[in-house]
Design a protein. Sequence first.
Lengths: 86, 157
Amino acid sequence: MELSSHYLREKLQRDLEAEHVEVEDTTLNRCATSFRVLVVSTKFEGKPLLQRHRLVNECLAEELPHIHAFEQKTLTPEQWAREQPK
Amino acid sequence: MSGSLGRAAAALLRWGRGGGLWSPGVRTAGSGAGGGGGSGSTEHLDALVKKDKVVVFLKGTPEQPQCGFSNAVVQILRLHGVRDYAAYNVLDDPDLRQGIKDYSNWPTIPQVYLNGEFVGGCDILLQMHQNGDLVEELKKLGVRSALLGEDKDQDSK
């Protein structure tokens, strides 16, 4: 198991059928393996924040025990579109 | 990534550094169990999260958070004027630290419980703070947020 931004991005994209995924390696800020992710997926529609985050946690269940700090932002495609600069 | 979450969190972390006013209502409770694995047990944690309306598990204490995310949780609660909450320092107790992750089925600290129910970590609390949900949830607990009636836009872009 390889803990790279690329690997995490692929896995999230695949398992969550995501429209858009960004993974930022924040290790340097935290002195230990850390990531910040953004996932945009229709699977989040109708789900409260906690449920969305749990979906992401489940997707990365194998990797998370090896990640020291993890930040996530979960959006539906509609929310993502609204965030884009006009 | 839009980065707005990161910027807001960074702003909160900066505000937290001033030290200064800490309210006397905050309790920092020890795990209480004295060993034998009790402090990480389901029964013990069940009791802890239900004992108070607002319960947080942190790295460090509200007076001295040892982690930026834990500090963000402390600062958000402070912004809302939540004074009376239970804060448990997982750095004091490895059994508690692992136990609460198992109990919540959540991999990281900090963890926030409202009315005995797991709400999420720092990210979720921050989003709830930004979108007004936290004010609503506090209201359900009979806690009136200090931000009601004031300018709520002070930390959004």
